[in-house]
Design a protein. Structure first.
Length: 294
């Protein structure tokens, strides 16, 4: 099976939450003004910060041309974060023509400075075939470099590559477990879910249903719907844990409400074994699970 990574968003560094220019006198505007003064005075890190500010519209109106200008100034000074910023803009055609090859060139400059996000972004473009043929093996090397530095998305990517048998990698469940466990510890819910299933069924790791249940529950509690179905299954079956059919029903219902239609048959099968009161209770628990946190 040939496996290429899906179109995962490329990584920049800091992402600001604002999407529009900040009000005069706001904290964001004050920070933007300070960054501007420093950048204009030649502070390279401030150039990167100002590029991010214009990219995200935090403290200044969003302006991709200005973002490119400031990232490029920092990049030409050899700053890896600035190089990642330039690569990101070229990869999206923001403030410049879309050019994946140029994006790759800038990501490579950052990657060769051991910048984890530069390494990951370069690997991703290679893996997706944007930088030419026959680069899947080199992409694996860059993914590993980024993962070794603790970049969670790179660890998750490697885990999936080994799990799904990427071209140039070969299926290796032990390697998959190694990287998925790290990504799971870093908070990646898809990795938590896949690694939980490996633990549940003893796929290249010792069976540990308690830990599997905990990982499913953590991912489900963060609204990752794909973890809710196996979580519900464990609860419905009493698989290594106390059987809790009402809780199982609640998680099936929540998963279905979030678009996991594969849970419908399981819910109908479970519902047939529940009393009317239990069905009503499951619905109420599901509603509580769906309620926004206060």
């Amino acid at each position: 099976m040939i496996y290429r990574m899906p179109l995962i968003p490329l990584l920049l560094l800091t992402v600001f939450v604002s999407t529009a220019g900040a009000a005069p006198g706001s904290g964001e505007e004050v920070l933007a003004s300070a960054a501007e003064r420093k950048a204009e005075g030649g502070d390279v890190q401030a150039m990167v910060d100002l590029g991010r500010i214009y990219l995200n519209g935090a403290g200044r109106p969003r302006d991709y041309d200005q973002a490119m200008d400031w990232f490029l100034k920092a990049a030409k000074e050899g700053n890896a974060a600035g190089q990642v910023g330039v690569g990101f803009l070229f990869s999206r055609g923001l403030g410049c023509p879309l050019d994946k090859m140029k994006a790759g060139e800038w990501f490579r400059r950052a990657a060769e400075q051991n910048d984890a996000k530069g390494q990951y972004n370069l690997a991703l473009l290679m893996n997706q075939g944007w930088l030419g043929p026959d680069q899947l093996r080199e992409s694996l090397s860059w993914f590993k470099k980024a993962a070794d530095q603790g970049l969670v998305v790179a660890q998750a990517t490697l885990g999936n590559m080994y799990y799904c048998s990427a071209e140039g990698v070969g299926q290796d469940f032990k390697q998959a477990a190694y990287w998925l466990e790290k990504a799971a510890a870093g908070g990646d819910n898809p990795s938590r879910t896949t690694f939980a299933s490996m633990l549940r069924y003893g796929n290249a790791v010792a069976v540990d249903k308690t830990k599997a249940y905990g990982l499913y529950l953590t991912a489900s509690s963060e609204s990752y719907a794909k973890a809710m179905l196996p979580l519900a299954g464990m609860l419905a079956e009493g698989d290594g844990i106390t059987k809790q059919p009402v809780q199982a029903g609640a998680w099936y219902l929540k998963a279905i409400s979030l678009g996991e239609t594969a849970g419908k048959d399981s819910w109908e099968q479970l519902k047939a074994s529940l009393s009317a009161a239990e069905i009503a209770e499951a619905g109420q628990v599901a509603a509580d699970l769906l309620a926004p946190a206060k």
